[in-house]
Design a protein around this ligand. Structure first.
Ligand code: FAD
Ligand code: A2P
Length: 271
């Protein structure tokens, strides 16, 4: 079978960035790094529009969370591969040395600024929704603002957790942030369809209080002590919101910080 190769963005594009590394995690997930425009400032957790030129030479752009922290010299992205997806059917074949388009206008609500001060920060994700948290767990500011950080990430199968697993593992040995993270970051990966050490949906593990027991920390979340960031499908986000609001947390925004913030990890079919 011959696979369509992406056309690199033309060098004349002012927003072209060069891919420096690509890693495939599963048949449906990959990550890549690219150069960072010198002028690009962003807050860990924000997203940008990235893409390729389409067959007619027009930019084909999609929203992507920046998975690298704001101090990194390069940018990292963590991506789904949608077989018939306009962008990712081609982006998944990108190679180091090729170019992508990156619109340098970062935005988003999964930022520390959109939360009121608190003691514990919960990051709740499914699938590629871990991307903004891959940025935030590598940012020292997260640990300056919170005494404890809990990352709950759920996927159907174990291999889909590998990106997060490796990232959190590498954090402990990181010369810049390893010491800061020690004892503060609790990582709680679970699967729902393949047996693994820890199982269950984020929503079920919160509602049943299993996560508090497993981690040996106080529960449930409370609006004085706890802050949360949520990133998954629309259904996941809606179900988590119901739980958080049941515990008295209110949704915040850049303009009005509160106890939790939400962003969708993708726009679903027919929406
Ligand atoms: P599309 O036509 O965009 O999507 C086709 C279908 O594939 C969708 O209807 C949906 O059912 C499914 N789909 C799309 N994206 C995903 C996904 N991430 N996980 C599961 N199913 C999906 N995607 C990433 O891979 N990484 C990111 O960091 C990321 N950040 C995003 C941030 C925001 C704020 C938003 C709104 C979306 C984000 N997305 C991210 C989704 C991304 O914008 C594209 O939808 C994705 O790259 C697929 O593009 P496509 O053109 O191939 O297919
Ligand atoms: P499950 O396997 O029980 O459906 P998907 O691949 O469909 O996007 O799902 C990614 C992960 O998110 C899966 O582990 C899935 O669990 C879980 N999930 C999907 N919808 C919800 C929801 N509404 N609430 C909690 N978890 C969800």
């Amino acid at each position: 079978m011959t696979e369509a190769r992406p056309k690199p963005a033309a060098r004349t594009l002012p927003d072209a960035q060069t891919v420096t590394a690509v890693r495939h995690w599963t048949d449906t997930l990959f990550s890549f790094r690219c150069t960072r425009p010198k002028s690009l400032r962003f807050r860990s957790g924000e997203f940008v529009m990235i893409g390729l030129l389409d067959d007619r030479g027009k930019p084909l752009l999609r929203a992507y969370s920046i998975a690298s922290p704001s101090w990194d010299d390069e940018l990292e992205f963590y991506s789904i591969k949608v077989a018939d997806g306009a962008l990712t059917s081609r982006l998944q074949h990108i190679q180091p040395g090729e170019e992508i388009i990156l619109r340098p206008k970062p935005v988003g609500t999964l930022v520390l600024d959109a939360l009121l001060p608190g003691k514990r920060l919960w990051m709740l994700a499914t699938g590629t929704g871990i991307a903004p948290f891959a940025s935030l767990v590598r940012d020292p500011e997260t640990y300056e603002k919170f005494e404890q950080v809990i990352l709950m990430h759920t996927c159907r199968e174990s291999a889909e957790l590998d990106y997060g697993r490796e990232l959190v593992g590498a954090l402990q040995d990181d010369p810049l942030i390893g010491e800061i993270v020690a004892g503060k970051l609790h990582y709680y990966p679970t699967t729902t369809r393949e047996p693994s050490e820890r199982m269950g949906r984020v929503t079920d593990n919160l509602s049943s209080r299993k996560v508090f027991e497993d981690l040996g920390i106080a529960g449930p979340l409370d609006p004085v002590r706890d802050r949360a960031m949520v990133c998954g499908s629309l259904a996941f986000n809606a179900d988590v919101k119901t739980i958080l609001e049941g515990w008295g947390l209110r949704e915040g925004a850049n303009s009005e910080p509160a106890e939790y913030v939400v962003e969708k990890a993708f726009v679903g079919e027919g929406i």
